[in-house]
Design a protein around this ligand. Structure first.
Ligand code: PHE
Length: 440
């Protein structure tokens, strides 16, 4: 293939100075997402959650391709031009106009548009998503999200006056019909901001409507966590200290919802964030031809939930080819993961001077995610964790030195010393060659 192109799932894309897809990534795209792999815990987790949304109301999309435009992933969702999510240090760019989706929200605009055709007022999307990030037991450059949305008629479409109070009452009737077992909301934030975010007010959202939609959203998601954490408690014996699952609603921020919330669950003695959601920005619905609707959307990470449901301690396990992993799981069955024996870890430190901007190979500042990616390239799944353990500023030159500790550990076997030494040598060499770092 020509050097200035890249082929992903049989489609060839031109590359440019924005391209930052590492050589090991296309193989993950080719798998099409673990949420569809038979018997896989991510697939069962997806199905468990899907079962809580009536099929008559929610269209399900589970195989949308992962390569999307910058317009779909960011612009259509009102991400500001300087939002950090857009940076090359956080996002995988195929080229300047094309990315690997960083979230399932990349499909919102398209699927709102499709609603007129499907006639269903909601959808669910599960998919593999891609982000440049740290290395530890809960972060991996590929993970899976489920997104859902639901819209309601706003009334008054003919007159162009949407302040109809019957709309809120209609939505509240549905809310009252949803019963959530074994759950206690211990804390809640305001359902709408005061005044309702100007982008919503400008589109004639009344506080009553915004509140009714938010209530519906919260009730539906409380149903999801009540079921999922009930399964988790039954399978793993872990869980809530109280008889009822305790949850709290926290005010959040997403560029494409207003108001926005995060849902946290009290689990194993800590508050755990499980999802983000909110009332869909009306201008987004308007642009998708759904101006006569008002609605909500949420997004959650499937790995995080599956790790709790099955007691899976390390995100790398989801990708394991080891029979000892695969043979533990059956479609639709949630049970505690029996870890195979834990192999010893090996720690290696690396110390280097942070380059002055102009000195690096790429002519850019040092980004930690670049460091992580070089390490994923040389160490692959044998790297368990990376921590910054020391930062030092030279008193006279003012230069900064960083020291990172790398934990090497295989989930499947014991690593030998020469093997780890050689991995670390390749890593050091790559830091010099690829990032132009001056090692100490
Ligand atoms: N896409 C958001 C994320 O990845 C989650 C989200 C989805 C929030 C839909 C609001 C509505 O963090």
């Amino acid at each position: 293939r020509p050097a200035n192109s890249l082929t992903l799932n049989n489609i060839t894309y031109p590359t440019d100075s924005h391209t930052n897809i590492p050589a090991n990534l296309p193989a993950y795209l080719a798998q099409g997402g673990l949420h569809l792999k038979p018997s896989h815990p991510l697939s069962t987790t997806r199905q468990t959650i899907e079962s809580l949304f009536p099929a008559s109301q929610y269209e399900v999309y589970n195989s949308l391709p992962p390569v999307v435009t910058v317009a779909e992933n960011f612009d259509s969702l009102c991400f500001p031009a300087d939002h950090p999510g857009r940076s090359r240090s956080d996002t995988y760019y195929v080229n300047r106009d094309t990315v690997l989706r960083t979230h399932t929200s990349a499909h919102q605009a398209e699927k709102f548009r499709a609603m007129s055709g499907t006639q269903k007022p909601g959808y669910l999307i599960s998919a593999d998503v891609y982000r440049r990030d740290a290395i530890d037991r809960s972060h991996y450059p590929v993970f899976h999200q489920m997104e859902g949305a639901r819209v309601f008629p706003r009334g008054g479409a003919a007159s162009g006056n949407y302040g109809d109070s019957g709309v809120a009452a209609e939505i509240m009737r549905e809310v009252e019909a949803m019963e959530v077992p074994n759950l206690q909301v211990v804390e809640s934030c305001a359902l709408h901001e005061e005044p309702v975010n100007p982008v919503q007010l400008a589109e004639q959202h009344t506080p009553e409507q915004a509140e009714a939609v938010a209530k519906h959203l919260q009730r539906q998601l409380e149903l999801v966590v009540s079921r999922v954490f009930g399964e988790a408690a039954a399978a793993t014996g872990a869980g809530a200290a109280q008889e009822k699952l305790q949850v709290r609603w926290i005010s959040g921020y997403f560029p494409f919802t207003s108001p926005s919330y995060e849902l946290e669950v009290f689990w194993n003695n800590e508050w755990l964030e499980v999802l983000g959601c909110g009332v869909i920005r009306q201008d987004l619905l308007n642009r998708a031809g759904q101006g006569d609707k008002i609605g909500w959307a949420f997004g959650l990470g499937l790995e995080r939930i599956a790790m709790l449901m099955y007691g899976i301690p390390d995100i790398r396990l989801f990708w394991s080819q080891d029979e000892r992993f695969a043979r533990q799981f059956r479609d639709g069955v949630v049970r505690r993961f029996e870890p195979f024996s834990r192999h010893p870890a090996c720690y290696k430190d690396v110390t280097f001077w942070v380059p002055a901007a102009a000195a690096t190979t790429a002519g850019e500042e040092f980004h930690e995610n670049d460091f992580m990616e070089v390490l994923r390239g040389t160490g692959g799944d044998l790297v368990e964790d990376v921590k910054l353990i020391d930062k030092f500023i030279h008193p006279t030159t003012g230069r900064t030195s960083l020291c990172y500790r790398i934990t090497y550990r295989s989930l499947e076997r014991t690593l030998t010393n020469p093997e780890v030494d050689s991995l670390q040598d390749s890593f050091r060499a790559a830091l010099q060659n690829k990032l132009g770092l001056e090692l100490r």
